[in-house]
Design a protein around this ligand. Structure first.
Ligand code: SF4
Length: 338
């Protein structure tokens, strides 16, 4: 599989705070991320709130501008695309279908919007594509002139999905697409996304904090902590045999309760650190029960362990081939996989 989307040494920083008396501080939202997504693949990005996963998604969409590094779509920097051409190839589906749809537009007009922005199509052709796409996502034709306020949450998310695929894009960025929905509707939407991926050969970047959803839909998973990828690999390795201490804690803190077994105790030590003043060395060291002296001063490089890539000093000397995949830049916590 060839890489359709490449993220190369990406850094995204924001200035925050600042007043007459105080200088603004720099928030390191993304701190050296590299990854490659193959055509037709589902790569999930997981981590706690504030870890940078939504900023990463917005940068892949061209909404945020990198401070350093770049994003390539089909080998071409996304900044080189015309805005409308980029939107035809990469589309988002956001968490909240209630706020992402204009309440004054009909279903037809909402779904037709990306086609109108791209231009060059007759009204009849647009209406035919809208009708075909409504059928693909399971929306009855009679809803074409309905408004979002008359629809259920699941129907609204189907409209949002129809709008995202109506230009037949290559890549969809799904940012928590089921978290605002009832559990029963979540499964329907996940199954729909899965079906559409096969039918249209879509590539998904799937942002979520829900590991059961991630387990259901992903081929690979990237775990992100304070703007760095700490572990990336096949879903069965990362979620079922996690190596990095943070992935193990994340996994343990979101275990599903079993019949007759009490919920696990929260296992994270300390709070989430301040991203304007991240800890030196391994960002995770103040919360890590495995931390060693070296962890406080040196950021771990990315090491191949089994089928995964892990950024943790525990694996130095134990990694496959004893090879540091990224020896020149200890800040870059994870590299590309084959
Ligand atoms: Fe823990 Fe050190 Fe590994 Fe960071 S590098 S996760 S502090 S053991």
């Amino acid at each position: 599989m060839s890489g359709i989307l490449e993220v190369q040494e990406l850094r995204v920083q924001f200035k925050v705070g600042g007043s007459l008396l105080a200088k603004p501080r720099t928030l390191h939202a993304i701190n050296g991320v590299s990854l490659s997504v193959a055509r037709g693949e589902v790569l999930s990005i997981v981590g706690e709130s504030g870890c940078g996963k939504s900023t990463l998604a917005r940068t892949m969409l061209g909404i945020e501008t990198p401070t350093y590094g770049r994003v390539l779509l089909e080998g071409r920097p996304i900044g080189d695309y015309r805005r409308a051409d980029l939107a035809a190839k990469i589309q988002p589906i956001f968490q909240d279908p209630y706020s992402s749809l204009n309440p004054r537009k009909t279903v037809h007009d909402l779904i037709a919007m990306p086609l109108l922005v791209r231009g060059g199509m007759a009204r009849r052709e647009i209406s035919r594509l809208v009708t075909d796409t409504m059928e693909l996502v399971g929306l009855p034709r009679r809803m074409m002139h309905s408004y979002p306020s008359a629809m259920s949450g699941g129907q609204r998310q189907r409209v949002a999905i129809a709008r995202a695929i109506v230009t037949r894009p290559e890549v969809i960025i799904c940012d928590e697409p089921t978290s605002a929905l009832d559990v029963s509707v979540q499964a329907q939407i996940l199954n729909l996304l899965d079906d559409l991926r096969r039918q249209l050969n879509l590539t998904y970047i799937f942002i979520s904090h829900d590991l059961s959803v991630v387990n259901h839909i992903s081929d690979r998973v990237a775990v992100i902590y304070l703007g760095r990828i700490v572990e990336i690999g096949p879903v069965e390795d990362v979620l079922h045999n996690p190596r990095h201490p943070y992935t193990r804690r994340l996994r343990a803190s979101t275990l599903e309760p079993e019949r007759g077994v009490r919920l696990p105790k929260p296992v994270f030590q300390g709070g989430f650190p301040d991203p304007t003043n991240p800890p030196a060395g391994c960002h995770y060291h103040p919360r890590c029960s495995e931390a060693m002296p070296v962890c406080q001063t040196a950021a771990p490089g990315a090491l191949r362990v089994g089928h995964s890539t892990v950024a943790c000093h525990m694996f130095t000397g134990l990694a496959d081939d004893d090879e540091d995949l990224n020896p020149e830049s200890a800040q870059i916590a994870a590299g590309q996989e084959t």
